[in-house]
Design a binder for this molecule. Structure first.
Ligand code: HEM
Ligand code: HEM
Length: 180
């Protein structure tokens, strides 16, 4: 019998997926915005949601260790199982590394990171153009790596559902997944 992911893990998965996609949209929207006030607003929203992603990723790792995750679906080849585990581990790593590089970049640029206008966070680096350029490159590069991983992950989920016809996608569905 296949069991679904625990409800809190499913809720966190889809909330995080939505927030991460919004972060890409906002990150690129900043490039096309010239009005200073709008840029500032978008930046604060981008930074705050980015930090929220770290908090959610860490909470999720904790919850996942408590609640456990379902075993691989029946008949899954070993290499597919290993590849999916490696992808999921990489997701958790990038969901922490990408926001950290953005936080580092903002400090190196001489800016301040605010979490939803509530808390001012300390700088992770002194203001320095060299460090800022480096951190931005890292932010961009890690961003592309995450985007690539998301593309592969969605393709794999659709492959499981429509080609293999297994329950991989269904057991992650947010509302009462129907499983055999
Ligand atoms: C999972 C989390 C995040 C994702 C997916 C993400 C993604 C992006 C993307 C796609 C860009 C546009 C890059 C470009 O112009 O080529 C960007 C820019 C930027 N991000 Fe992030 N980001 C995240 C978290 C953060 C965090 C936590 C901070 C700061 C605390 C941050 C600060 C910035 C800054 C300052 C820019 C440059 C905006 C500009 O002046 O053009 N990001 N981000
Ligand atoms: C439409 C987009 C997405 C679909 C259809 C999707 C689908 C799935 C499915 C079916 C699983 C379960 C895999 C399994 O049981 O082996 C899963 C797990 C996972 N997904 Fe996604 N996903 C999407 C977007 C994302 C995004 C944007 C992220 C991260 C930025 C992400 C991160 C993860 C992680 C970390 C897991 C492993 C959960 C765990 O075991 O703790 N997913 N996803």
């Amino acid at each position: 019998m296949t069991v679904p992911y625990a409800a809190p893990l499913r809720a966190l998965h889809w909330t995080t997926a939505g927030l991460v996609l919004a972060l890409f949209a906002i990150g690129w929207a900043i490039d096309f915005t010239s009005a200073a006030a709008t840029r500032k607003l978008l930046l604060t929203v981008h930074q705050s949601i980015g930090l929220l992603v770290v908090l959610l990723a860490v909470s999720r790792l904790f919850l996942r260790s408590r609640l456990g995750v379902p075993r691989p679906v029946q008949g899954l080849p070993r290499w597919m199982d290993l590849l999916s585990r490696a992808t999921h581990a990489a997701f958790y790593l990038l969901m922490v590394a990408l926001p950290l590089s953005g936080w580092f970049y903002t400090g190196a640029k001489g800016g301040t990171v605010r979490f939803f206008w509530l808390v001012r966070l300390p700088r992770l680096s002194p203001a320095d153009d060299g460090w800022a350029d480096f951190a931005f490159e890292v932010h961009e590069l890690v961003g592309f790596a995450l985007l690539f991983l998301i593309g592969a992950h969605v393709a794999a989920a659709l492959y499981h559902h429509f080609v293999r016809g297994d329950e991989t996608l269904r057991r992650m569905m947010p509302l009462s997944p129907r499983l055999s």
